[in-house]
Design a protein around this ligand. Structure first.
Ligand SMILES: [Zn+2]
Length: 662
């Protein structure tokens, strides 16, 4: 099943088996559950009777630790009434006297879980890819539309092709570069994009700030009989591809379209909700904060307060990197850490080191229950060598990387902080033990953070195996570095925790430096990469590379594309009071008729730091760019490369001639 649509009192399931399209209709009455004082529930039941299809009292648990209680179950006539009825209840009856359950689940997921309908995708689906650039959308033209990667330079040709693609059955999946592509096509064509019904707006666009980050979610559209996947708002698609999404569908029971736009927290919650429901536990309605997952390499591990063994910022030779595989998730599973198991009511065992918290021995927590199978399946996928297992493994990896931040799960109102503290305490204990064991094996420890250790010594594989067996979590030999350089903080002799580069197994390995950040212009990335490749053999050569790049920037011997800076804006263009470059770029885009909102990205070139316009957008005619701005960027990137090698200021190195300086 790849899509569920709702029409009147029916749910329509779409699936494709052995190439044949199936459409199955089933009667569906969406349900809302309400808990509260008995008299109040009776009153609600009587007062809402005219608006509901059916209602009755049922026994459910409203939290994992609680006994079953009587809750009011209300069935509605039609899915389309669900939201307004829920909001009506919320306005009319006071909280916290009553609590709602299964009220905020996404509609297709809710249907699958409550009706036991598995949305797994069985065979090949027909997919249509539609890409159109933002400037074209701004100009309201389909000129330049890419259809399955084929570009159309005339709008009428593009429309002819679309007409062909949508005639007959048409595609099962619409994979679009952003949601406005659909509305534009809908505007331009005289046929319906859906299978017998037209475009439906599910949610307006909005921007939310959470944890100091701004997240933009574009309008969402549903097309009858087809799954819509918006590439601009699907983190999982970009990380794990379609195969990864398919895996997550069968794991979460979130149908394809909903899994594509889900955040990682959302995906974990879905697994938990379904598991709970099958154990007769309802999930309370909360307003979930959206979140954007960070990449592992940019995550500031120090913020997590785990183990740190700080090296001096310098260069080490012949060093092995050993990593504990998915250490935090493994700690959660092995130690049974979950909000409802930490300091439970029934056990007193002071199991958590340093802190003395107790952990329940009588029940397995929800978090370990959810993560256990994911860890298990991922290590199986890692051992297989197919495209599917690779993509599935990538999807699960992101879940495991992010799960530490997700501890405030659907069934617990509190307890997340204690969980974080407990995990970190176990982490420190494990890392200290591992360090001591490795030292006993004759290793010299150079550096350690959270779940990684760098050390030199002999017989690594054996040592890793010993530690793995002793600790009960696998320590993997990740790299053998010929050399590795830890980059110091600016104006400091202390190393930044996870910024390093080096050569391992014949390849460059980097973490946390400029070339890994998407906002760094390509020219700076290229320069930094070349310098890293040269610096270990010869600092002079690295500096020559820098000089070469500087002179190319000054003499305009570069590709203008390489100067583009890409940044996420944190406000809507009209809300910027200050005029930093990103704000200026955003305002400029808006003036050109391109819709841009907080949380989206701007792409620009720095034209002139001191006179307006200071920036030009990536698709504009570039009359000039600011040499010295880019030269400064190059120098600062070069400094990260040279400082571990004892060069303090690149400026001086350039002026004095590096040979003298060193
Ligand atoms: Zn207990």
């Amino acid at each position: 099943m790849f899509k569920i649509d709702f029409q009147g009192d029916k749910a329509i399931e779409w699936s494709r088996k052995n190439g044949e399209l199936f459409r199955e209709e089933r009667v569906y009455r969406p349900t809302i559950y309400i808990a509260g004082e008995n008299m109040l529930l009776k009153k609600i039941r009587a007062e809402t009777a005219s608006k509901t299809y059916a209602s009755q009292f049922e026994e459910w648990r409203t939290s994992p630790g609680k006994r079953p209680e009587k809750v009011l179950r209300i069935d509605l006539e039609r899915q389309e009434d669900f939201k307004s009825f829920r909001n009506y209840l919320r306005r009319k009856y006071p909280r916290p006297e009553i609590r709602f359950f299964h009220a905020g689940l996404s509609p297709q997921f809710k249907y699958c879980v409550e009706q036991s309908r598995n949305p797994e995708i069985e065979g090949e689906l027909k997919s249509l890819r539609l890409n159109l650039s933002r400037p074209r959308i701004g100009q309201r033209t389909l000129k330049g539309l890419k259809i399955n990667c084929e570009k159309y330079s005339s709008e009428s040709r593009a429309l002819e092709r679309l007409d062909r693609e949508f005639s007959g059955e048409g595609p099962d999946i619409l994979r679009i570069s952003r949601s406005q592509v659909l509305t534009l096509i809908d505007e331009k064509t005289d046929f319906s994009l859906g299978r017998g019904s037209s475009l439906e707006k599910l949610a307006g666009e909005n921007t939310v700030t959470a944890y100091g980050k701004t997240v933009h979610s574009p309008s969402r559209y549903s097309v009858f009989g087809r799954a819509v996947i918006d590439e601009s708002s699907s983190f999982m698609l970009s990380e794990a591809g379609m195969k990864g999404l398919y895996n997550l569908v069968s794991r979460t029971w979130k149908p394809l379209q909903e899994v594509a736009w889900a955040s990682i927290g959302n995906i974990l919650t879905a697994i938990e909700i379904r598991q709970a429901y099958s154990n007769n536990i309802l999930t309370p309605w909360k307003n979930w904060q959206p979140e954007t997952p960070k990449k592992a390499s940019t995550m500031r591990k120090a913020d997590r307060g785990g183990f740190i063994f700080n090296p001096r910022p310098e260069v080490y030779e012949d060093v092995h990197e050993m990593d504990f595989a998915s250490l935090f998730p493994n700690i959660m599973v092995n130690k049974n850490i979950s909000p409802e198991t930490i300091n439970c009511d029934c056990c007193d065992n002071s199991k958590v080191p340093e802190l003395g918290y107790s952990i329940c021995e009588k029940q397995t927590g929800f978090i370990p229950h959810t993560l256990g199978p994911i860890i298990h399946d991922r290590s199986n996928y890692k051992q297989k060598d197919t495209e599917y297992s690779e993509k599935a493994s990538a999807a699960l990896k992101w879940i495991l990387v992010s799960c530490f931040g997700y501890m405030g799960h659907a069934h617990a109102a509190y307890g997340a902080i204690e969980c974080h503290q407990a995990i970190q305490a176990f982490d420190r204990k494990i890392m200290v033990e591992a360090k001591e064991m490795l030292e006993e094996e004759g290793f010299e420890i150079k550096h350690g953070i959270i779940d990684s250790i760098w050390a030199s010594g002999e017989n690594v594989e054996e040592a890793c195996q010993k530690v793995s067996e002793e600790i009960g979590i696998e320590l993997e030999h990740e790299h053998h570095f010929d050399w590795i350089a830890f980059v110091p903080r600016k104006n400091s002799e202390i190393s930044t925790l996870n910024r390093y580069f080096g050569k391992a197994d014949g390849k460059m390995v980097t973490a946390g430096i400029g070339m890994e950040q998407s906002s760094t212009p390509e020219i700076v990335k290229k320069c930094q990469k070349e310098m890293i490749e040269a610096v270990y053999e010869s600092r002079e050569e690295a500096l020559e590379i820098l000089e070469e790049y500087i002179s190319r920037v000054r003499n305009r011997e570069i590709d203008l594309e390489d100067l583009i800076i890409e940044k996420k804006i944190t406000r809507n263009p009209e809300d910027y009071k200050s005029t930093n470059r990103s704000a200026e770029a955003a305002k400029r885009m808006k003036r050109k008729g391109i819709d841009i909102r907080a949380g989206q990205k701007v792409r620009y070139i720095v034209r002139d730091q001191n006179s307006r316009p200071r920036v030009l957008l990536d698709f504009e005619e570039i009359d000039r760019y600011d040499n010295e701005y880019y030269v400064e960027k190059l120098k600062s990137a070069a400094e990260s490369v040279l400082r571990p090698f004892g060069v303090k200021k690149v400026e001086k190195g350039l002026e004095k001639g590096l040979v003298n300086y060193i």
